[in-house]
Design a protein around this ligand. Sequence first.
Ligand SMILES: Cc1cc2nc3c(=O)[nH]c(=O)nc-3n(C[C@H](O)[C@H](O)[C@H](O)COP(=O)(O)OP(=O)(O)OC[C@H]3O[C@@H](n4cnc5c(N)ncnc54)[C@H](O)[C@@H]3O)c2cc1C
Ligand SMILES: NC(=O)C1=CN([C@@H]2O[C@H](COP(=O)(O)OP(=O)(O)OC[C@H]3O[C@@H](n4cnc5c(N)ncnc54)[C@H](OP(=O)(O)O)[C@@H]3O)[C@@H](O)[C@H]2O)C=CC1
Ligand SMILES: CC(C)=CCC[C@@H](C)[C@H]1CC[C@H]2C3=C(CC[C@]12C)[C@@]1(C)CC[C@H](O)C[C@@H]1CC3
Length: 504
Amino acid sequence: MTTTTTGFDRALQHLVVNYRWVFASFFLLPLSFLYEVWSYARNWLVFKLNTAPKQHNKKVQYVQRQVRQWKESGGNIPMCTARPGYQTMSLRKPKYKNTMYNIHVNLVDVLEVNEEKQTVRCEPLVTMGQLTATLNPLGWTIPVVPELDDLTVGGLVMGTGVESTSHIYGLFQHICVSYELVMGDGSVVTCSKENNPDLFYAVPWSYGTLGLLTAAEIKIIPAKRYVKLHYQPVYTLDDAVGLFAKESKSKEHQFVEGLMFSKNEGVIMTGDMVSFSKGETINEIGKWYKPWFFLHVKKFLKKGPGHEVIPLRDYYHRHTRALFWEVQDIIPFGNNIIFRYLFGWMMPPKVSLLKLTETKAITDLYENHHMIQDFLIPVSALKEAITVSHKAVEIYPLWLCPFNLPNDPGMVHPAANNEEMYVDLGVYGVPKTGNFDAVKTTRHMEDFIASVHGFQMLYADSFRTKDEFRQMFDHSLYDIFRKKYNATEAFPDVYNKVSKAARI
Ligand SMILES: Cc1cc2nc3c(=O)[nH]c(=O)nc-3n(C[C@H](O)[C@H](O)[C@H](O)COP(=O)(O)OP(=O)(O)OC[C@H]3O[C@@H](n4cnc5c(N)ncnc54)[C@H](O)[C@@H]3O)c2cc1C
Ligand SMILES: NC(=O)C1=CN([C@@H]2O[C@H](COP(=O)(O)OP(=O)(O)OC[C@H]3O[C@@H](n4cnc5c(N)ncnc54)[C@H](OP(=O)(O)O)[C@@H]3O)[C@@H](O)[C@H]2O)C=CC1
Ligand SMILES: CC(C)=CCC[C@@H](C)[C@H]1CC[C@H]2C3=C(CC[C@]12C)[C@@]1(C)CC[C@H](O)C[C@@H]1CC3
């Protein structure tokens, strides 16, 4: 009996793992498209009726009412947002949502584009796709646009965001001007660098454990229509690291990004916004029939250095269609030219739908035979980090994205007193080394990160113990504000939201 079940399980596992593309292509893609049409129509209507700013206060009052109800109910279990786990931009689903008191924060609108102040005020569920579609036609953009369309302002403020402009502007938190929060006692508090600065610095990386975000004011900068992007192939690790560090530190170009295709081969990209493209051909890399961006970049290893002009929004969302390179494991022929022309317009399958329909076999596969991690380390440690990653997992491409880390108070800052250039080393894929053990290998890499005063992005699994976690992330300001605003009762500790133990 047991043998039959195991055989059946194995067959089922084989089917769902190896033929997930059938389900993804014929069911998830059309469903993702319908979902997209619905949200596009809704956004359009909201804008036309111009109701969003008027509704904001009412929606905040609704959040406050729920917090008061929580208190009246005894306030024994901590609160978190009611956003379903399958919608979060992470490999895992948060287990704690099942046991904690869920607060509905249905705040989805861009509230105001203030051209005079050069800010945009957003509700927390505004997505990056929605924001660039709003701002770019008006000639504006936010300085750091994390590249996946579905990332939300709330998640990026409470967690973090990084992009190829971060070597100039820093992380997502560094382009924020103010936050509006509903605290654990139901009061509404605003904070900025000028007003309540300590709370302002304590919010990023707190993962919703200080208060519930109801609005964020974010800087905007003028946008041009295109990006002129230079591709510089490199053929040794020293050249890759040397060129990447030079371009990041010089800040000569608005965009800097690197993709390593093996330990010694990569392409370093630098770009700048340009207004028009006289005499240049425009490559609309965002069009459905265009090759996946990372494979397009790889071609420059053979072709040699080159440049091209790309529409701004296509550039911003360049990694969306292939979810960096993760879609190749789900729809292996997704970059085939026939597939692209016929079905490419529906790509990518919605991350939320992929998560919602994930079977146990697939969850196990991603848990035990896949790595999705972003290691944030000083640029000076990049060569060593690539070497450590190569030995441990041999995953390629690797994503290199520089960011300036100012010495601000809060969870994440450099070891010394000065700002420092860091790099996000993104490791996404199937380990090629024979001895991969999800826990041991990740812990080994985390130890290295900690040894160079680096950090781990917390949408990904952290295998740190609580003490190790508190050593990696400076909790001094966080602890003060947890006490001051009674958050210790109202919300869980950040570790209990982000550690592997808190996630399915
Ligand atoms: C001044 C101004 C204020 C606005 N205020 C609000 C507001 O208060 N609340 C609100 O919700 N919206 C607001 N919007 C946003 C706007 O209604 C939506 O973004 C709309 O869907 C974009 O329409 P468009 O025809 O201008 O898009 P385009 O500029 O034509 O968009 C370009 C492409 O972006 C894609 N796209 C559009 N929306 C999304 C998305 N959400 N995710 C991913 N891709 C997308 C489409 O595929 C489209 O092909 C505002 C826009 C403006 C200009
Ligand atoms: N390029 C980049 O920078 C990328 C970044 N990411 C990561 O993805 C995550 C963002 O994903 P997304 O799906 O948008 O967000 P999530 O739903 O994953 O939210 C992330 C955290 O923020 C908290 N949070 C979100 N909104 C609020 C709010 N209004 N009030 C209080 N807390 C809130 C959530 O709390 P709760 O658990 O209570 O819901 C959760 O702990 C970030 O952690 C980011 O670092 C991922 C890919 C790319
Ligand atoms: C640029 C930064 C900082 C991070 C990029 C991370 C992404 C590569 C991952 C974020 C969420 C991930 C998920 C998946 C792939 C990798 C991400 C997009 C899946 C789609 C993989 C297949 C699973 O069944 C569902 C996953 C959901 C989350």
